[in-house]
Design a protein around this ligand. Structure first.
Ligand code: HEC
Length: 77
């Protein structure tokens, strides 16, 4: 059971690290031009099915408890 938990955590980490895969200034805008509050609001909209379908799909896979954390990590410092 502990092993399974570790794999799930690792998976979530790998996924979170991949925002920059698209948001590097190429295919989508850089995330660090937005404030954490803006990112949080956008992710909630995406999760509700509003906006770019690619992000809607991604946002649906993010737990609510992770949205604020991601926003802080990727937003304007
Ligand atoms: C498969 C590519 C891809 C990945 C991975 C991805 N995004 Fe996006 N994202 C997009 C596209 C395409 C758009 C819409 C284009 C745009 O508005 O720049 C977008 C838009 C956004 C926006 C709105 C930007 C704005 O200015 O309105 C936010 C916020 C965002 N993504 C956050 C994230 C976060 C956080 C992650 C990681 C959990 C992530 N994205 C991962 C492709 C991706």
């Amino acid at each position: 059971m502990k092993k399974l938990l570790a794999v799930v955590c690792l998976g979530a980490f790998a996924f979170a690290a991949n925002c920059t895969m698209c948001h590097n200034g190429g295919m989508a805008g850089k995330l660090n031009t937005l404030t954490p509050a803006q990112i949080e609001a956008k992710l909630k909209d995406f999760k509700a099915g509003k906006g770019n379908p690619m992000m809607v799909n991604i946002a649906k896979g993010i737990a609510d408890s992770n949205i604020a954390k991601l926003a802080k990590e990727y937003g304007k410092k």
